[in-house]
Design a protein around this ligand. Sequence first.
Ligand SMILES: Cc1cc2nc3c(=O)[nH]c(=O)nc-3n(C[C@H](O)[C@H](O)[C@H](O)COP(=O)(O)OP(=O)(O)OC[C@H]3O[C@@H](n4cnc5c(N)ncnc54)[C@H](O)[C@@H]3O)c2cc1C
Length: 282
Amino acid sequence: MSNKTPELSFEFFPPRTEKGVENLAAAHAELAKFEPEFFSVTFGAGGSTQDGTFDAVKSMIEAGSDTAPHISCVGSSQANIRSMIEGYLEIGVKRLVVLRGDLPSGMVERGDFSYASDLVTFIRREFGSDLLIEVAAYPDFHPESRNPKQDLENFKRKVDAGANSALTQYFYNADSYFSYVDEVTRMGVDVPIVPGIMPISNFATLVRFSDACGAELPRWIRARLEQYQDDEASLKAFGLDVVTHLCFDLLDNGVPGLHFYALNKVEPTKEICQRVGFQFKQ
Ligand SMILES: Cc1cc2nc3c(=O)[nH]c(=O)nc-3n(C[C@H](O)[C@H](O)[C@H](O)COP(=O)(O)OP(=O)(O)OC[C@H]3O[C@@H](n4cnc5c(N)ncnc54)[C@H](O)[C@@H]3O)c2cc1C
């Protein structure tokens, strides 16, 4: 594990309404006071469009933050991806979060790329080594993977293709992260693998996300959240404690940074970052 000061990053999704644009600008301005390494903006998830991602990334870069668009290759052609990246380079993007993405229901065309590793290879071939490339890692394993060994090998393929670092799917059991990192390190992977942190503020949303993405919600956490479903204050207090404890555990063991799924909100991300000691510059 690294001896460097751990870096922060915050992930947002592209807003779909005027009000959403305002909320995102306010959340960005507030979380920027932590002086994070970068922000990122998702693409495609929940039906969001590339235009929405582009606009959000552009406005955060104009406000002075290094901001990385997520790009996914599922259903895309090489020409599409090339022109999308050229557009991002024009507005000053220096980092990309490179993903395969999930095939929307009803869509059958896979496009020119099968896996995220193909997209990393393409970007390195077409655009050289200047862009920083983040890829996804899954400590609880990707739901489609045949077995853990193959999932780890498939992760290594993305690094071998030229990824600079990785952001993980969220998890609540630090051991799954440490075991994942140990295993890929033994396989020769030496890029930073930054834990993805999902703050807890709503039971139903968290259960839906976790079921969809294969992140394990431990039984004891699920049971407590279920118990607090109609008691928002207790649910939030419990969620804060669980996630703060997880972050302390990760930081105490030398993780390279924390990547927060901030979901376009300041809280509870800000509170957790402050509790674990990140400096907030007023
Ligand atoms: C940090 C983070 C951000 C995300 N942001 C977004 C987003 O903005 N938009 C969005 O739609 N989704 C997003 N996702 C979700 C992601 O798109 C899905 O999890 C998707 O199903 C897999 O994407 P991937 O890039 O990990 O795919 P891959 O690395 O391509 O892996 C997908 C599956 O294929 C397997 N695989 C890989 N290579 C091979 C091979 N050569 N042969 C056989 N099997 C192989 C892997 O083991 C895995 O099971 C994000 C996930 C994370 C962790």
